[in-house]
Design a protein around this ligand. Structure first.
Ligand code: PEP
Length: 257
């Protein structure tokens, strides 16, 4: 049984007061349930880097994990504006989102850079959430499978099976992120199943079976149940709907109500 992961990506939103209020509201609902739910589902919140200390304080004593939205692959040095894995770990971060489509398309991150970051995260015992996804043009050109396969294999370069098993994959079609247009559950399931097939070839059956593949792209309280009912969808990476306690809590409770 793969443990479902529901990950909140706050992107560049909120201030310290609003961040603390949001965590309090989420904890009030989820803390009492996470003991029982914790075996089957995991919850993570990734605030903007500057809000990590505030959110760390606010999460004290909770089973909800703390994540980061990005990091650099070097540990320290002359890298103005960057944050490293050891720095994140010092503030209780356990997960890091890497290769998000906004990092790829707005900030020009390449597969090669993302692979270095994945390796750095693993070296420091952080769980990397490796994001991959096709653009609308790539989908319309029939290049979805090729694009996803390339991003996946490039992101996992030089990793052995034991390392691959520690990575979480997030399939996020670029055309579905922040657009209100989610992939249909069947579309997402098709890609997730295909990605698991690629992982069987790249690693082995066990690794491919155990690795978690999240879906991200306009996940809401309304569509989460149908997405999570698919056998190869192991949770969600949630942007917009994670900024309101009510919708994020409902998403974490997928298929439970
Ligand atoms: C994301 O930021 O990873 C995301 C999927 O955003 P949204 O849920 O807003 O589409």
């Amino acid at each position: 049984m793969r443990r479902k992961l529901f990950a909140a990506n706050w992107k560049m939103n909120l201030d310290p007061v609003a961040a603390r209020d949001l965590v309090k509201a989420i904890r009030a609902e989820l803390d009492p349930e996470l003991g029982a739910l914790g075996k089957e589902r995991e919850v993570m919140i990734a605030p903007p880097a500057i809000l990590i200390p505030a959110v760390q304080q606010e999460l004290a004593g909770s089973a909800i994990a703390l994540g980061a939205q990005n990091m650099y692959f070097e540990d320290h040095g002359a890298f103005t504006g960057e944050i490293s894995a050891p720095m994140l770990k010092a503030f209780g971060v356990t997960h890091v989102i890497l290769g998000h489509s906004e990092r790829r398309h707005v900030f020009g991150e390449t597969d090669e850079l993302i692979n270095k970051k994945v390796k750095a995260a693993l070296r420091h015992d952080l769980t990397p959430i490796l994001c991959i996804g096709e653009t609308l043009a790539q989908r319309e050109a029939g290049d979805t499978t090729k694009t996803l396969t390339n991003q996946l294999l490039n992101g996992l370069q030089e990793l052995d099976c034991a390392q691959i098993a520690r990575v979480v994959i997030a399939y996020e079609p670029v055309w579905a992120i922040g657009t209100g247009k989610n992939a249909t559950p069947d579309q997402a399931q098709t890609e997730h199943r295909a990605l698991r097939g690629v992982l069987i070839e790249r690693a082995d059956e066990d690794t491919a079976h155990n690795i978690r593949i999240l879906y991200g792209g306009s996940v809401t309280a309304e569509n989460v149940d149908s997405l999570m009912s698919k056998p190869d969808i192991d949770g969600a990476l949630v942007g917009g709907a994670s900024l309101r306690a009510e919708s994020f809590v409902r998403i974490v409770r997928a298929l439970k109500l």
